[in-house]
Design a protein around this ligand. Structure first.
Ligand code: COA
Length: 163
C-alpha cells in the first residue's frame, strides 16, 4: 500500500473510513470535499489492491487555532502561518505498519517547504501518545476552549515547532 494524492473520486471511501474510525465525531463528506478543494496538496489516501484504507487531510491554518468540527471554512485564512492536520485515520487492518508515521513525516516536510513555523492538531481517540512520538506537545489556549469542546471531553490541542 502506498500514500498518493487524494482525488474527488476517493471521497466516498474517505467518508466510509471516517465513519468507521470516528463514530463519535461524524463529519459530512462535504467537509472532506471542501478541504480537498481548498488544499489538495495536503490531502492523501493510502491505497492498494483492496482500495483506500486510510486518509490524511491537512492544510495551512492560523497558529493556536482550529476549525470547529464538521464545519465548512469557505477559504483558508490569509494569516495561515501554521499547518493544521485535520485528520490522519487508518482502517484497523492497516494500523501498526508505520503508514501513519510515514504520512506525518511527509506532512511535516511539506509544511516546512511552504514556510510554516509550526504544525498543530486536535488529538482525539486517545491518539495523543502517537502524536507525542512525533514531537507534538499539548498547548493550552483558552481562546480555543469552545471549539475544542466540539471534539469531545478528552480532546487535546497539540502543536509542534518546525525547525
Ligand atoms: C493514531 C493512528 C493514526 C496511528 O496509526 P498506526 O498505524 O498505529 O501508526 P504507526 O504504525 O505509524 O505507529 C507508529 C508508532 O506509534 C505507536 N502508536 C500508535 N498509536 C499510538 C497511541 N494511540 N499512543 C501511543 N503510541 C501509539 C505505535 O505503537 C508505533 O510504535 P513503534 O514505532 O514503536 O512500533 C491510528 O491508530 C488511527 O488511525 N487511529 C484512529 C484515528 C485517529 O484517532 N486518528 C488521530 C486523530 S487526531
Amino acid at each position: 500500500m502506498n500514500w498518493r494524492a487524494m482525488t474527488p473520486a476517493d471521497l466516498p471511501a474517505v467518508s466510509t473510513i471516517a465513519a468507521e474510525v470516528h463514530p463519535d465525531f461524524p463529519e459530512d463528506e462535504a467537509v472532506f470535499a471542501e478541504r480537498l478543494r481548498l488544499y489538495p496538496a495536503g490531502c492523501h489516501v493510502l491505497a492498494g489492491g483492496d482500495g483506500v484504507a486510510a486518509y490524511a487531510i491537512s492544510h495551512p491554518w492560523p497558529a493556536l487555532s482550529c476549525p470547529p468540527l464538521n464545519a465548512l471554512v469557505d477559504a483558508l485564512p490569509a494569516d495561515a502561518t501554521s499547518y493544521y492536520i485535520h485528520d490522519v485515520a487508518l482502517s484497523r487492518a492497516v494500523r501498526g505498519a508505520g503508514h501513519a508515521s510515514a504520512i506525518v513525516a511527509a506532512l511535516a516536510g511539506h509544511a516546512r517547504s511552504i514556510g510554516c513555523a509550526a504544525m498543530s492538531l486536535v488529538a482525539v481517540n486517545g491518539s495523543a501518545g502517537f502524536w507525542s512520538r512525533h514531537g507534538f506537545t499539548q498547548a493550552k489556549a483558552p481562546s480555543l476552549a469552545t471549539k475544542l469542546a466540539s471534539y469531545g471531553d478528552d480532546a487535546l490541542f497539540m502543536t509542534r515547532a518546525l525547525a
